[in-house]
Design a protein around this ligand. Structure first.
Ligand SMILES: Nc1ncnc2c1ncn2[C@@H]1O[C@H](COP(=O)(O)OP(=O)(O)OP(=O)(O)O)[C@@H](O)[C@H]1O
Ligand SMILES: [Mg+2]
Length: 277
């Protein structure tokens, strides 16, 4: 039977029913332009919510608001029932640790002059004031966690492959022990083999560390495999929201159906979808 499988991943059932993140009616305007127009979703602890949609649909804008890099024009974002928008000072610092962001291009977030070990240790030193030695030791643990050799600690970013750099970016996000990780096109720049390795790593880390993910992607095949729930966005509007399996087997909006039909390869045509449901 045709399937939307991109990597060999066993998704476990979501371990909690507790809501970790609740976005309500989020609106983001840039001058006269409305980039996000009333988006709402809730995410259970330990689960993955995907934001999918074409370029410019507002995915990154939502991810940045959740990661506290921009303040929505209106609406609310709550973590464990506590409003996170508009926080300052100590409260903001504390929240920034609990929510980490991983980008598509780790070259942008890794300082080319810094060793990999110091890059991974840096957030820890910023948040904890950990000593150089403590931070280095923990950086080595996290290199191991993302399946990279300790010897990589002394290298520079340019000496690493794209997949290795993305593992470093993941280690750097995980080292402060966040609860929520926003992954913005985190595997999009990688070739298919490396992509499935990183997806498997993310899936394993989620199980091991009890993490909650916001997974931003334009790739529906990946979203189908990695997410529990999904929001489909079009021009800032949420055209679909629900359990991933239900959205894929029975899309409610014409837009979602078009997206599914647009997945490369005729075997992905919506009518042929057989997700074993
Ligand atoms: N700081 C800003 N000022 C003005 N417009 C912005 C700003 N940030 C984003 N936009 C606009 O908001 C819209 C949504 O952008 P966003 O980056 O969220 O889209 P996206 O879904 O992540 O797209 P892509 O798939 O290309 O990454 C776009 O039209 C973009 O040009
Ligand atoms: Mg984006």
């Amino acid at each position: 039977a045709p399937s939307l499988t991109v990597a060999d991943i066993d998704r476990r059932p979501v371990p909690h029913s507790e809501t970790l993140l609740e976005v309500k009616n989020m609106v983001q305007r840039f001058d006269d332009f409305t980039a996000v127009d009333g988006v709402s979703f809730s995410v259970a602890r330990g689960s993955t919510h995907a934001l999918v949609g074409e370029s410019g649909s507002g995915k990154t804008t939502i991810g940045r608001a959740i990661s506290l890099f921009n303040t929505p024009t209106s609406g609310s974002i709550a973590l464990s029932g506590e409003e996170i928008t508009g926080r300052r000072g100590k409260e903001l610092r504390h929240l920034r640790r609990r929510i980490q962001l991983v980008y598509q291009n780790p070259f942008g977030s890794l300082d080319p002059r810094m060793s990999i070990g110091d890059s991974i240790a840096e957030p820890l030193r910023n948040f904890d004031g950990a000593s150089t030695r403590q931070a280095r030791r923990k950086a080595e643990e996290y290199l191991d966690l993302v399946a990279l050799d300790k010897a990589i600690a002394s290298r520079r970013p340019r000496e690493l492959s794209g997949g290795q750099r993305q593992r470093v970016a993941i280690a750097r996000a995980m080292i402060v022990e966040p609860e929520l990780v926003v992954l913005d096109e985190a595997v999009s720049a990688l070739d298919v083999t490396v992509q499935s390795q990183i997806l498997r790593l993310l899936n394993d880390l989620q199980g091991q560390l009890g993490l909650t993910y916001i997974f931003i992607s334009h790739d529906l095949a990946v979203v189908n495999q990695i997410s529990d729930t999904v929001s489909v966005l079009s021009h800032g509007q949420q055209v679909e929201y629900g359990k991933t399996a239900e959205v894929f087997s029975n899309p409610q909006s014409g837009f979602t159906r078009q997206l599914i039909e647009a997945i490369p390869g005729s075997r992905y045509r919506a009518g042929d979808l057989n997700l074993g449901l």
